[in-house]
Design a protein around this ligand. Structure first.
Ligand code: SF4
Length: 240
């Protein structure tokens, strides 16, 4: 493996980060998830974090094996299911990670007062921009690289997800160590390592977001069919 590494004592500029991402995406395409994360930990050290929706803690668990105490960033939109908040709290209590909770500038009540109630029904793109995209951009400022749990098999929009890529929108290296995994791979890892999962996964929700924008899916439906159901929207803008 001839992947470029840098010492994480100095902070590279955007051009250097982009080259790192492009080289690593090519060199690590066939590498196991742990090796991809080890490269990220060695290269970025504390300027690397994992983001988690608390659907499961698979990527957080993998990352903690190569970077104990790794920051796990969770976006608390104010609209989560109680089970999701419970999963976040359990991850913080039992895993060797540092859970970092990001919150929007406004509470739900403050947003309702300014934009009217149920903005998620009338303008979900604006709601996601206010409660997800903006807070994540601000929260990722101190990092050079972030890891996600994106998988190519989740939806057509994710079919070309690189294992390491360049996040143009935020000027960060974006690491997707389980991009090549299938749902069976995830289930096997959860079973083998006793990884925490959101109880809603066993209750008809294969993909879990904010409560007002997530429904159960029926047998045979796409895993993400329950997200913004009935609308053209398929992504919240975090991964676009
Ligand atoms: Fe708002 Fe729904 Fe987006 Fe959550 S998923 S931020 S409730 S529009």
């Amino acid at each position: 493996m001839n992947t470029t590494r840098t010492r994480h004592t100095s902070r590279p500029g955007a051009d250097a980060l982009r080259r790192l991402a492009e080289d690593a995406g090519r060199d690590l395409e066939d590498a196991p998830a742990l090796e991809i994360l080890r490269w990220a930990a060695d290269t970025f050290g504390p300027r690397f974090c994992v983001t988690s929706s608390m659907e499961d803690a698979v990527v957080a668990h993998l990352a903690s094996r190569v970077l104990p105490g790794v920051d796990v960033v969770f976006l608390d939109t104010g609209y989560h299911f109680p089970e999701t908040i419970g999963t976040r709290d359990a991850v913080a209590a039992v895993m060797d990670v540092n859970v970092v909770t990001l919150t929007p500038r406004q509470t739900v009540a403050e947003q309702d007062a300014e934009y009217g109630p149920r903005l998620h029904d009338r303008d979900p793109d604006l709601c996601c921009a206010l409660r997800k995209v903006g807070p994540l951009r601000a929260g990722l400022e101190k990092y050079d690289a972030w890891a996600t749990g994106l998988r190519r098999d989740e939806s057509p929009t994710r079919a070309n997800t690189p294992v390491v890529g360049w996040d143009e929108k935020r000027g960060k290296v974006k690491v997707s160590p389980i991009a090549r995994w299938t749902q069976d791979d995830v289930d096997r890892y959860v079973d083998e390592h006793g990884v925490l999962t959101n109880p809603l996964l066993m209750d008809g929700y294969p993909s879990i977001g904010c409560a007002p924008c997530t429904r159960r899916v029926s047998e045979g439906e796409d895993a993400r069919a329950g997200r913004w159901s009935g609308r053209a929207k398929t992504e919240c803008g975090l991964h676009g």
